[in-house]
Design a protein around this ligand. Structure first.
Ligand code: FDM
Ligand code: MG
Length: 213
C-alpha cells in the first residue's frame, strides 16, 4: 500500500523566512516526485489565515485595519478558518500528499496570549484539528530579522507585538514533534536543514488529532 502524506507546520516570527522556505520545500518535493515519474503533485502549500476563505476575508480586513473586531471573536475566526481546512488536510494526507503549512494554531495561541486573552480559553479552540507530524520552529535572532527589512503596514506588524509573541512562542514547544530550525543562515543553508528534517519524518505512524495545545 502507498504510504500516507506528511503534515508539516512552519512557525516562527515575521521575517524568519518560514513562508519562503515552506514554498521552497513544496517545490523541491514536487520536483523530485516529477523526476521519479509521478504525474500528480506530491505536496501542497497551505497558509493560515487563508485570506481567500469566507472567514479569512474578514481576518484580512482586520489585519489591514479596514474593520475592527472583538479580540475573542477574532481568535475564534482564526480557529474556524483552520477548521475549514480540516477535511482537506486529512484527505490529502490519506491520499499520500504532503501538506506544508505556513502558520497554524501555534500562531493562533501565541498572538492571542500576547494580547492578554485568557490562557485556558485560548488553548482550547483548536483542539480536534489535525496534529502535525512536525512543527518546524524558525528561530531567527532579532539582529538578523532586523537586517531582513522593516515591518509592513498591517495591524500586528509592530515591534511591540513581535517582542510579546517572541516571548510566548517558545513556551508552546512540545519536544515530541517540534524541531528548531536555525533561521539565521542564508536561504540555501536553511533549505538543506529543512529538507534533512523532512526526510527523517515517519509516515508509518498513525495520523492523529490535537488533544491539547
Ligand atoms: N495570526 C495568524 C494570528 O494572530 N492568529 C492566527 O491564528 C494566525 C494563523 O495574523 F500577524 C497573525 C500572525 C500575523 C498575521 O500574517 C498573519 P501573515 O504575514 O499573513 O502570516
Ligand atoms: Mg507577516
Amino acid at each position: 500500500m502507498a504510504s500516507r502524506g506528511l503534515f508539516i507546520v512552519f512557525e516562527g516570527l515575521d521575517r524568519s523566512g518560514k513562508t519562503t522556505q515552506a514554498k521552497e520545500l513544496v517545490k523541491t518535493i514536487n520536483q523530485k516526485s516529477a523526476e521519479a515519474g509521478n504525474p500528480n503533485p506530491a505536496a501542497i502549500i497551505m497558509n493560515f489565515p487563508d485570506r481567500q476563505s469566507v472567514i479569512g476575508k474578514l481576518i484580512d480586513q482586520y489585519l489591514k485595519k479596514e474593520i475592527d473586531l472583538d479580540e475573542h471573536s477574532l481568535h475564534l475566526m482564526f480557529s474556524a478558518d483552520r477548521f475549514l481546512k480540516n477535511q482537506m488536510i486529512r484527505e490529502s494526507v490519506a491520499n499520500g500528499i504532503d501538506v506544508i503549512c505556513d502558520r497554524y494554531c501555534y500562531s493562533g495561541v501565541a498572538y492571542s496570549l500576547a494580547k492578554g486573552l485568557p490562557e485556558t480559553w485560548v488553548r482550547s479552540s483548536d483542539v480536534g484539528l489535525p496534529k502535525p507530524d512536525a512543527v518546524l520552529f524558525f528561530d531567527v535572532s532579532p539582529e538578523v530579522a532586523a537586517k531582513r527589512g522593516g515591518f509592513g503596514q498591517e495591524r500586528l506588524e509592530t515591534s511591540e507585538m513581535q517582542k510579546k509573541v517572541a516571548a510566548v512562542m517558545p513556551t508552546l514547544r512540545d519536544d515530541a514533534f517540534w524541531k528548531t530550525v536555525n533561521a539565521d543562515g542564508d536561504m540555501e543553508t536553511v533549505e538543506k536543514e529543512v529538507f534533512r528534517i523532512y526526510e527523517q519524518l515517519d509516515r508509518q505512524k498513525p495520523f492523529e488529532s490535537l488533544e491539547k495545545i
